[in-house]
Structure formats: structure tokens, C-alpha cells
Ligand binder design. Structure first.
Ligand SMILES: Cc1cc2nc3c(=O)[nH]c(=O)nc-3n(C[C@H](O)[C@H](O)[C@H](O)COP(=O)(O)OP(=O)(O)OC[C@H]3O[C@@H](n4cnc5c(N)ncnc54)[C@H](O)[C@@H]3O)c2cc1C
Length: 490
């Protein structure tokens, strides 16, 4: 392979594709990014209307160092560590503030629920230990390559497998740790951070509470889309060529060898191709492969979402950047999402108001509300009907808990549903995070970041190893770049 001008194509300008493009360009490859949409970012999107700006997808930013390390110093963007991570409101009227300061948070839990602060601190300590054991093996490593997996350090970690709580569910772990249902619910919610079901997902996912409570929750100074803007600027500085509104229609393989891609009816040769396309879509359209597709279909997709974007006429001082209004019956909510594939009549409601941090995101005296409930994967439900019902339910719930008549405050409105998520990003059934982690083996079943039988072909993004969410997608790009570097050096 020509070391200096090897050509790489990245298919898809989601966060995984952008990070891969930057890393490959830094390795000296000539990189072209092909994106079917007219804009970069994939699920990380924004829109502006009636004086409001909305981040349409992700709202929570953790492990910011993974973005930092992609950027030149002058392109690094400012972000702030949140002092209050989330405001929680329970159906019994309890309001609980998740302060970033762990001790203060534990005291708040003790004061509001009677659960001793020491129990919360112990729980988070254990979550930290699990993170230290699992992250190097499962998040920042391609464990599909035996040489990378079977290092002495990893083997020592895996010998402590019994400590990973992989064979109890997250809910079982939480119910054992805390006697109060509200605290159990608070820690169960972390399953939703990768679109999973706390009553099925392994207890190992306590690591997510460690990420948020101990490593911190952050917010970019200009909102979530600033992450995309910065990565695109960096990529362009490194000479990456972007081709928007340019869907790739086929991966070209001849005599078992990767040749390149087809787009606009033309063939283009590339030595390296990195796909950021949802893996289901990849094997159904770009490189049809029934056997692999069947395997992917056996994995349960993550949850999707129904989101309402409301431009609100006034400010709500009691609310923060992230606000959760819990359902009364969490178990029923997840049974609806994953088994019945419908919506409960009492969903947990998440209200994210970026204008609390970014004042220009709403006109003076107003707020931009992103109101989200988890939704099942799209299997052909009547979403228009569900949206109408869910909107009514949300308004009733929030009006009751906030003592407001919110419908009178909505100046502007738009919505996103699983069908739109699927249409806009190619995400199978509108899944937010690729496949769910609803089994102890989910991590092992995700598609690898490469194919042994097709050297030069790599995979990044939320539908492949290590999974969905911004930090994990960034990690997938890092894993791929390491492999490409090894290929170049060979
Ligand atoms: C509503 C919502 C809320 C979320 N909240 C959070 C959060 O708070 N924190 C967090 O960390 N994560 C969150 N996530 C998850 C996170 O957004 C995703 O895991 C991540 O952005 C996925 O990135 P990706 O690299 O997999 O690419 P995607 O964003 O899925 O993008 C893939 C890109 O490939 C393009 N593409 C597809 N097919 C082709 C083709 N044939 N040719 C060319 N281009 C193609 C698509 O147009 C798209 O731009 C959320 C997701 C959603 C939907």
C-alpha cells in the first residue's frame, strides 16, 4: 500500500464517520466522505425556526476528552461541566437534584428518600471498579481480534468476570443495593442511555452511572451541534473532501477483494473503506448478505424515541438543562417498549432545555423545549395516532406536576418519530443506539469493526462494536484508525 497517498472512503458523516475521517487523514491518507444527506452529523442534528435553535438528537455529552483528542488546539470547543446533572421528579411529587458533586448528590438522596448517603457512595464506587475492569476490554478495544483481547492485562481483568455483575440484571443489582423504589428507578434509568431495558440488561451497565456521576456530564458552549461543526472544520483543515447529498449505493468487491464503492452510477476505487452506515442497512443494500443480515436481525434493536420540539413563550425557572419526570410503573413502561412494541399510557418524560445554557437558543424571555419519551422500534405502528395520544399524555402529566397549562405556552412546534429517524439516518427501525444490550452476550454479538475476509473494509458507528452513544462511536473510530495504521505499516 502506498504510504502517502492511500485513498480512503468514509461512507456516512455521522459522528463515527467524522472521527474516522479525521484519524485517517492524520495518518496521511487521502480521505473522501460520502454522505447521503445534505448536512453532516447524522443523528446529531440541529434546526432553527421562529428564533429558536434545537439540538434534535443527543443532548448529553460525556467523556469529552474523546472529542478533544481529535481537534487541533485552536479548534477545540468550549464545554462546561454541569453542576446539576439532572432534576428528577417522581410521580409521588418527590423532587431530587442530581448534583455533580457526588457527596452532595448522596446527601440529597438521603434527605429525599432516606437511603443512607454511604449506600449511594458505595454503589458508585463499585460502578467505578466495574468501569475500570470493563472499559479497556469492551469499550476501547477491538475484542474481536484475539491478539488485542488476550493481553496479560485483559486476561487479569477477565479473571475478575464474576465482579462484572453480567449475570444479574441492572434492575436486580439496583433493587438489591437500594431499599427505596425511587432510587432504584433513578439508577435503572441508565439502561436507557444505550436504549436498553433495565429489567434485561446486565448489571455491568452500572458503569453508565459512573460515567455521568463521577467522570461528569458536560455541555458544549454552543450546544451539541458544535461537536459536529468542530469535527467537520478539523477534517477540512486536514484535507478531507466532503460529498453531501451523495448516497453510496454499493460496496465493490471483486474476486473476494475490496475494490471501492459505487455512487452516482460511477465506480470509484479505494484501498480503505470505512462504513458508518447502520450495519443492517449495509448488509441489506450496500453489500447484500443474507446470512449476516439474519444474524443482525436476531439482535434486539435499541429503543427509539418520540420527540416534540416546543418553542415556549416563557421561562420556567424551576427547570434545569436536563429534567426527568418518571412514570409510576417503570416495569410496565419497558414491557411496552420491548415486548408489546407500543407506548405505555404513563411514559417517563425527559425535558431538555438547551437555552438554559445557550442563551441564544431561544428569543429573550422564552425557552426551547425538547420533550422526549422512549418509543419502541418501528415495526409499522400507527405513529401519527401514537404521537397524538402521547402528546396529550405528556401535556397532562407535565401540567399536573408543574402546575401549568403548557399548551398555552407553545409558540412553535415540531416532532420527530422512529420512522423519521430511520428515514433520515438509515437506522434500522429507528433505533437510537443500534442494537440494545438486553442480554449478557449483546456486547459479543455486535458486528466487529473489520472483516477478516475483506481487508481494507472497516466499520464504525453506533450499530457496531462497541455500540451506540457519542463516546462509543468515537471509540469505534479510534479502534479502526489503529487497525488502518497497522495495515499501512505492514
Ligand atoms: C433522539 C436521539 C437522542 C440521543 N441522545 C444521545 C445522548 O444524549 N448522548 C449520546 O451520547 N448519544 C445519544 N444518542 C445516540 C447518538 O446520537 C448515536 O449513537 C450517534 O450519533 C450515532 O453516530 P453514528 O456514527 O453511528 O452515525 P449516524 O448518526 O447514525 O449517521 C450515519 C450517517 O450515515 C449516512 N448514510 C447512511 N447510509 C448512507 C449511504 N448509503 N451513503 C452515504 N451516507 C449514508 C446517514 O445519512 C447518516 O448521516 C441519541 C440518538 C438519538 C436518535
Amino acid at each position: 500500500m502506498n504510504k502517502n497517498r492511500s485513498k480512503a472512503a468514509v461512507i456516512g458523516a455521522g459522528i463515527g464517520g467524522l472521527a474516522a475521517a479525521i484519524r485517517l487523514a492524520r495518518l496521511g491518507l487521502q480521505v473522501d466522505v460520502f454522505e447521503q444527506a445534505a448536512y453532516p452529523g447524522g443523528k446529531i442534528r440541529e434546526f432553527r425556526q421562529a428564533g429558536f435553535r434545537f439540538d434534535m438528537g443527543p443532548s448529553l455529552f460525556t467523556l469529552p476528552g474523546l472529542a478533544d483528542e481529535l481537534l487541533d488546539d485552536d479548534l477545540k470547543f468550549d464545554y462546561r461541566k454541569l453542576e446539576v446533572i439532572t432534576q428528577y421528579c417522581f410521580e409521588d411529587g418527590t423532587q431530587l437534584t442530581a448534583f455533580a458533586d457526588v457527596k452532595r448528590f448522596a446527601d440529597e438522596v438521603a434527605q429525599k428518600t432516606g437511603v443512607p448517603a454511604s449506600r449511594v457512595l458505595n454503589y458508585l464506587k463499585q460502578a467505578e471498579q466495574i468501569y475500570q475492569l470493563t472499559a479497556p476490554v469492551f469499550i476501547f478495544n477491538s475484542f474481536h481480534r484475539l491478539g488485542k483481547l488476550l493481553t496479560w492485562a485483559n486476561l487479569k481483568r477477565l479473571l475478575q468476570f464474576f465482579r462484572l455483575k453480567a449475570f444479574s440484571t441492572l434492575h436486580q443489582i439496583n433493587a438489591k443495593a437500594f431499599s427505596d423504589e425511587r432510587v432504584v428507578q433513578l439508577f435503572d434509568r441508565y439502561a436507557t442511555y444505550n436504549g436498553s431495558n433495565p429489567y434485561k440488561t446486565p448489571g455491568t451497565l452500572t458503569v453508565i452511572s459512573h460515567l455521568e456521576h463521577q467522570l461528569g456530564a458536560y455541555f458544549p458552549k454552543r450546544g451539541m451541534y458544535q461537536i459536529v461543526d468542530s469535527l467537520v472544520e478539523q477534517a477540512m483543515r486536514l484535507g478531507v473532501q466532503f460529498h453531501f447529498s451523495t448516497p453510496v449505493t454499493q460496496l465493490l468487491v471483486r474476486n473476494g477483494q475490496l475494490k471501492g464503492i459505487r455512487l452516482n452510477g460511477m465506480e470509484r476505487n479505494f484501498e480503505v473503506v470505512v462504513s458508518d452506515v447502520d450495519i443492517h442497512q449495509f448488509y441489506s443494500k450496500l453489500l447484500p448478505d443474507k446470512r449476516r443480515l439474519d444474524k443482525i436481525k436476531r439482535m434486539e434493536p435499541s429503543s427509539s424515541a418520540l420527540i416534540f420540539y416546543w418553542g415556549m413563550k416563557k421561562r420556567f425557572p424551576k427547570l434545569d438543562l436536563h429534567n426527568i419526570f418518571f412514570s409510576k410503573n417503570y416495569k410496565e413502561e419497558f414491557a411496552c417498549l420491548f415486548e408489546k412494541k407500543t407506548m405505555t399510557n404513563d411514559p417517563t418524560v425527559y425535558v431538555f432545555i438547551s437555552s438554559k445554557e445557550v442563551k441564544t437558543d431561544a428569543p429573550a424571555g422564552m425557552e426551547n423545549w425538547f420533550v422526549m419519551v422512549n418509543a419502541p422500534a418501528n415495526v409499522g405502528q400507527d405513529w401519527e395516532k401514537m404521537k397524538t395520544e402521547v402528546r396529550r399524555t405528556i401535556l397532562k402529566k407535565l401540567n399536573r406536576l408543574l402546575g401549568e397549562r403548557l399548551e398555552e405556552q407553545i409558540l412553535f412546534e415540531d416532532a420527530l418519530d422512529p420512522v423519521k429517524i430511520e428515514d433520515l439516518t438509515g437506522s434500522f427501525q429507528g433505533a437510537m443506539y443500534g442494537s440494545s444490550s438486553n442480554s449478557p452476550f449483546a456486547a459479543f454479538n455486535r458486528h466487529a469493526n473489520f472483516r477478516h475476509d475483506l481487508p481494507g473494509l472497516y466499520f464504525v458507528g453506533g450499530s457496531v462494536h462497541p455500540g451506540g452513544g457519542i463516546p462509543l462511536c468515537l471509540s469505534s473510530a479510534k479502534i479502526v484508525a489503529e487497525m488502518v495504521e497497522e495495515k499501512i505499516k505492514r
